[in-house]
Design a protein around this ligand. Structure first.
Ligand code: NAD
Ligand code: LMR
Length: 340
């Protein structure tokens, strides 16, 4: 007789690290931009998690097919596809978390800021719908330029009178994932056991890896530290160049987005001691938004853990990031203020 083989219920731990998803809950999660390069593998990872009870897939193209495909997977999350703006309210109704990889990606030669022209209104429209239809949800924005799209999200929520700074996150987890991987490669360590905080923003020199706070502690000579830091800062461009016009990081971003979503869902579910870095409203520096390690809880950010002790090299990186960060933030804020 055929015995039923125990299925590997995917947990984030099953993805290689112990950032879990091992508990079970019934969260309703929406993915906005679900048919895209990030949206599809991210939706697959979410469908495979015991933390997700309902998965709401929204896009302006192809969601019926993506939803039909994912719905055949033998996990309990109920999958529904929603197509086009008139179906967006239904997609968002009752959601506890929204993950947003909607918008255009970079091509070689472009900066993330070059995406502003298209993505600012995509993010403003989608977050306005979130503010109207699921104002209590955790909003996790992946769409670039993150240094501007988070201020846009905040201003939209403020305009509609439902702003809660503890529930709006710019997903910068890919920078941490990359820093862990590159440090592990350099030092011959298991990347799943390496943890590097990455603070600041999510573009070029605003990405600030804190190698001095790496766990386990690593010694890296200054010339190699400089090169490692630059590689982490330019890792997105490395992928854009390698893809040669076919977009930017999608698979590693889906992994990183799932890691962040599972951490937040775990914390919402009562797990204690969950810490992730994300780009959020912040009073830790002179920049009004800044990524630092955050203690997550049932209601989002429980405590901002701040920058910690920096090396002189890292202090200089923070100082050098400030003017670009503040300009990108202002650009996002002004966009919403000047919008009809
Ligand atoms: P993609 O073009 O493959 O997919 C984007 C999806 O968004 C498409 O399916 C498209 O139909 C959809 N979309 C466009 N406008 C929409 C709207 N108004 N409503 C709903 N859906 C809409 O792009 P991708 O590779 O998945 O990248 C998506 C975004 O994520 C880009 O802006 C990219 O720069 C960003 N990104 C961020 C990080 C990060 O670390 N935060 C990492 C990688 C990519
Ligand atoms: C990344 O870091 O990979 C993303 O922000 C995409 C990009 O444009 O580099």
């Amino acid at each position: 007789m055929l015995s039923r083989v125990a299925r590997p219920v995917a947990t984030a731990a099953g993805l290689g690290r112990s950032f879990s998803g091992s508990s079970q809950c019934n969260a309703k999660v929406a993915v906005l931009g679900a048919s895209g390069g990030i949206g599809q593998p991210l939706s697959l990872l979410l469908k495979n998690s015991p933390l997700v009870g309902e998965l709401s897939l929204y896009d302006i193209a192809h969601t019926p097919g993506v939803a039909a495909d994912l719905s055949h997977i033998e996990t309990r999350a109920k999958v529904t596809g929603y197509l086009g703006a008139e179906q967006l309210p239904a997609a968002l109704k009752g959601c506890e978390m929204v993950v947003m990889p909607a918008g255009v990606p970079r091509k070689p030669g472009m900066t993330r800021d070059d995406l502003f022209t298209t993505n600012a209104s995509v993010v403003a429209d989608l977050t306005e719908a979130c503010a109207r239809h699921c104002p209590e949800a955790m909003i996790c924005v992946i769409s670039n330029p993150v240094n501007s799209t988070i201020p846009i999200t905040t201003e939209v929520f403020k305009k509609l009178g439902v702003y809660n700074p503890n529930k709006i996150f710019g997903v910068s987890t890919l920078d941490i994932v990359r820093a862990n991987t590159f440090v592990a490669e350099l030092k011959g360590l298991d990347p799943a056991r390496v943890s590097v905080p990455v603070i600041g923003g999510h573009a070029g020199k605003t990405i600030i890896p804190l190698i001095s706070q790496c766990n386990p502690k690593v010694e890296i000579p200054q010339d190699k530290l400089q090169a490692l830091t630059e590689r982490i800062q330019e890792a997105g461009t490395e992928v854009v160049k390698a893809k040669a016009g076919a977009g930017s990081a999608t698979l590693s971003m889906a992994y990183a987005g799932a890691r962040f979503a599972f951490s937040l869902l775990d914390a919402m579910n009562g797990k204690e001691g969950v810490v992730e870095c994300a780009f959020v409203r912040s009073e830790e520096t002179e920049s009004p938004y800044f990524s630092t390690p955050l203690l997550l809880g049932k209601n989002g950010i429980e405590k901002n853990l701040g920058l910690g002790k920096l090396s002189a090299f890292e202090e200089k990186l923070v100082a050098e990031a400030m003017s670009e960060l503040k300009a990108s933030i202002k650009k996002g804020e002004d966009f919403v203020k000047n919008r009809k």
